[in-house]
Ligand binder design. Structure first.
Ligand code: GLN
Ligand code: ZN
Length: 757
């Protein structure tokens, strides 16, 4: 136990890529065979040193290690514990085996990838089975600890804890419940802790974020047992158990009672409730408390005074209080000072990873020296917050005063259906696609040239029109019923709209890791959102003018716009979603007025934004569904509203999907062999549905027979007159060869079913 009562500043992780995305370049060069493993590893080592020095020089007292990764920290943990599937062990050695697990090879598929809790980071799902034998390979954490020590920096290694590791893993065969393997796993952690201690580590951080999701008592009992076992070891560093992203709830007393030396707890966002819970519990007086009071997952400057108040309250509740960001800074961009294009006033409102270090350090000083010690920082911060709150960018009267419109279609579905049938006259089992056609390198190049000023707007627009002509002609040749314009003009389904809506900001360097070497630059919703001008009408009407068949207008829904952006923190998300919805409602109205008879509003992110705690879900779904309906309900009966979602398990949101009342929904279904159809039928899904018949994640072309099989399953389980035929998702990542081949088969299979009817 630390006897001193001075507070320290720390974080759990820092962006991995480097200011120039060196890590991305180095790994991709290695994958392409342009460099060797030594070159990649040297680049990684160099980046790590720079990060450690940067954190130390920023004033961080306890710098983390092992938060760096060549690909993903969950994959690193699988590697650490020897949870390596046979198929990967068989194809390669060392680094190549690691990357085989991450990305697959020509012969074997990679581990499955999924979202890291409710963030936009994706981790690789460890594969475990009843026969898994774990074997410790502590090379990475030990080497990184030693590297930092050589720089004179005593780090706190960060390791994914045993319970969360197993809860995040999966047995693809379904034969084992991963948590059953806990007893097999714990001795490896014991061994690891001993080795870290021998190397000189004083503290180790074991991350257990799975404890902020609803867990049955039986799991919490296992947590208590495991940490009792780990803590009982004599030779080990002090253990800091870290959780983040939401409140601990029933897990809080369990961790508080565990014989570990420290807890790192999130006090931001939905996790703010941890403060009251900790007070109610009477604190954790014998322990070190690392208090996450600066959000690690949003980009707004912290309210330093409010954070300091939280810290002051916490000081009475723990043996010692350290200041931290709420979670790893991996989830925010590196440094706002790189944003030379942003208005300097706006820059002052923002805090990226580098600025969060300053906030954490300032708060530490405030905690140790009292408010007077950081008077100037508090004043500057208060001024900036006040300026932001009063800014005309943030609060736009015309948006706020807009009168509430109804969020319900004029007529019930059955009546709309008749009007739409009369207008569209579609055959049974209408065929369509989800929106995008292949984003060819020529399209991407044209966009890059336009940005670089080497292409005039006019030439660029004509290139896009040429693409639309080709895509429409293709679809007519293929014999599809409801066409799309192909989205050639869109860089990204969120960014494209963010660039055209007021209230959104774009960054130049705000890269955030999505997975592996893939980074995205999420837009920032900074103020009240409105639509200064139509966004898609020209493209849609151009496409519609080329064909007698209906062309779908294509928009991104309010929930997805929020989910893939950084959202403002000064009003509830539901209010921001409402503003985006109203902007989209205007676009929908303009599309309808321009003669577009079918309008699709995509909501692929609806499910992934579900709150981690069951208790918070109803409120979320309420505003999410309302926003969708607000965006889409302003149309006539004979305008057909579609939506699209792509994930296989949607039991949690089935009722919400019904409540959205889209005339047609297209869903991912091929990967799960149409399992969705039975769920829809069981739930009494009342409107029309297009369960996907092509898994677009792979270039494999399904045969006519295969698609006929899917369609037979669909028709057997769901009224045929309310079924559509379409792929699982957009085609932008596919090539024309497989797109044409598959759509040919899709149309042929549909013809076969129609003939049987
Ligand atoms: N309309 C989009 C497309 O086809 C939908 C993408 C998505 O669901 N992610 O690309
Ligand atoms: Zn999709």
């Amino acid at each position: 136990m630390t006897s001193t009562s001075t507070s320290g500043a720390t974080v759990y992780g820092y962006p991995r890529q480097g200011a120039n995305r060196q890590l991305k370049k180095a790994t991709e060069a290695y994958w392409a065979g342009r460099t060797d493993a030594d070159t990649l590893l040297a680049a990684a080592r160099d980046l790590r040193s720079k990060r450690w020095v940067e954190l130390r020089d920023a004033g961080v007292d306890e710098v983390p290690s092992n938060d760096f990764s060549l690909y993903d920290h969950v994959l690193d943990t699988a590697w650490l514990l020897g949870a390596i599937p046979d198929r990967h062990a068989a194809v390669a050695e060392g680094l190549d085996r690691y990357f085989a697990m991450a990305r697959g090879t020509a012969e074997v598929p990679p581990l499955e990838m999924t979202k890291w809790f409710d963030t936009n980071y994706h981790y690789l799902v460890p594969e475990l089975g009843p026969d898994t034998t774990f074997a410790l390979d502590p090379t990475k954490p030990l080497a990184e600890f030693a590297e930092a020590l050589e720089l004179g920096i005593l780090t706190r290694p960060v390791i994914l804890g045993p319970v969360s590791f197993l809860l995040l893993a999966k047995d693809p065969a379904g034969a084992a419940e991963p948590l059953e393997l806990l007893d097999r796993l714990v001795p490896l952690y014991v061994d690891l802790l001993g080795q870290l201690r021998a190397a000189g580590a004083e503290w180790v951080q074991l991350d257990e974020p799975a404890l902020v999701t609803d867990q049955p008592t039986a799991v919490l009992e296992r947590v208590a047992e495991v940490y009792a076992v780990l803590a009982a070891e004599r030779v080990r560093p002090k253990i800091l158990v870290a959780t983040y992203f939401d409140r601990l709830g029933d897990a809080l007393p369990v961790l508080a009672a565990a014989p570990v030396e420290g807890l790192a707890i999130d006090f931001t966002g939905p996790a703010a409730a941890n403060l009251d819970d900790l007070v109610a519990l009477g604190g954790i007086r014998g322990k070190r408390l690392v208090a996450g009071v600066v959000t690690g997952r949003n980009i707004w400057a912290a309210d330093l005074s409010a954070a300091l108040s939280t810290l002051e309250t916490l000081q009475d509740l723990a043996g010692m209080v350290d200041v931290a960001a709420s979670c790893s800074l991996l989830h925010v961009p590196l440094d706002v000072s790189l944003e030379s294009d942003l208005d300097p006033e706006l820059v002052g409102w923002l805090s990226f990873a580098r600025q969060k270090l300053d906030e954490v350090v300032t708060l530490r000083d405030g905690l140790t020296e009292g408010r007077a010690g950081i008077q100037e920082a508090l004043r500057v911060n208060a001024d900036r917050l006040a300026a932001r709150a009063a800014s005309p960018i943030v609060r736009v009267a015309a948006v706020r005063d807009r009168v509430e419109t109804g969020a319900r279609r004029v007529s019930p579905y059955e009546k709309r259906r008749q009007a739409q049938q009369d207008r569209l006259a579609l055959p049974d089992l209408p065929t369509t696609t989800i929106g995008s056609f292949p984003q060819t390198s020529a399209l991407r190049k044209a966009r890059a040239e336009l940005r670089a000023g080497r292409l005039t707007d006019e030439v660029y627009q004509e290139a896009m029109r040429a693409e639309i002509r080709a895509v429409i002609a293709d679809q007519e040749d293929l014999g599809l019923d409801v066409l799309v314009h192909g989205e050639p003009e869109r860089n990204d389904m969120v960014q494209y709209f963010a660039e055209q809506l007021d209230g959104f900001l774009a960054t130049r360097h705000g890269w955030v890791q999505s997975y592996g070497s893939r980074y995205v630059r999420p837009p920032i919703i900074a103020g009240d959102v409105s639509r200064p001008a139509p966004m898609t009408v020209e493209w849609s009407t151009y496409a519609q003018g080329l064909t007698a068949r209906p062309v779908k207008g294509m928009l991104t829904g309010p929930v997805t716009m929020l989910a893939w952006s950084f959202v403002r923190d000064d009003q509830p998300r539901g209010e921001t979603a409402r503003q985006v919805a109203l902007a989209l409602r205007d676009e929908v109205a303009d599309l309808e007025a321009a003669g577009i008879a079918v309008i699709q509003v995509d909501e692929p992110a609806l499910r992934e934004t579900l709150p981690l705690r069951q208790a918070d879900r109803a409120a979320y779904l309420e505003w999410a569904v309302t926003a969708f309906k607000l965006a889409t309900s302003g149309v006539r009966d004979d305008t057909q509203v579609h939506t699209h979602m792509c994930y296989a398990e949607f039991g949690d949101v089935l009722q919400a999907i019904i409540d959205m009342d889209a005339d047609v929904i297209s869903l991912e279904a091929a990967r799960s062999k149409m399992a969705i159809v039975a769920d829809l039928t069981a739930a009494g899904y009342p409107n029309e549905v297009g369960p996907g018949v092509w898994d677009i994640h792979s270039p494999r072309v399904p045969s006519v027979e295969e698609i006929v099989g899917y369609l037979r399953t669909a028709v057997a389980g769901f009224p045929a007159d309310r079924l559509w035929v379409n792929p699982d998702c957009g085609l932008k990542t596919r090539g024309y060869r497989e797109v044409r081949a598959t759509l040919t088969n899709l149309v042929a299979a549909t013809g076969q079913l129609r003939a049987e009817a």
